[in-house]
Design a binder for this molecule. Structure first.
Ligand code: SF4
Ligand code: SF4
Length: 93
């Protein structure tokens, strides 16, 4: 299957926080907490954090978006596949 961004905008409103020994109960109380995932023997907290350039599901500065946005999820495909398995960019070729 060809990788193809579906334009859902979920990656633009998601923050991934590696667990550096935080109190999980404190994290879970935060308004923007979504879920906790385990990947490669590590824990990650998934939080909602909407990019200021995201309007609806569209990037307001798409032509000038940062390099990491252009190549996303390169470098974190495995983790992102656990977080958002519906992302069209992590499907197998
Ligand atoms: S890269 Fe994935 S999560 Fe981000 S907008 Fe495209 S389909 Fe959605
Ligand atoms: S700059 Fe654009 S592509 Fe990058 S996170 Fe923000 S809305 Fe998404």
């Amino acid at each position: 299957m060809t990788k193809r961004c579906l334009g859902c905008g979920i990656c633009c409103e998601t923050m991934i926080i590696p667990d550096y020994g935080y109190n999980p109960e404190t994290i879970k109380l935060r308004d923007n907490y979504i879920k906790t995932v385990e990947y490669d023997d590590k824990t990650y907290y998934i939080m909602r954090s909407k990019c200021k350039y995201l309007i609806g599901t569209k990037c307001k500065r798409y032509d000038r978006r940062p390099q990491e946005c252009k190549t996303f999820p390169k470098g974190c495909e495995g983790l992102w596949a656990v977080i958002n398995p519906a992302c069209g960019m992590i499907q197998d070729d």
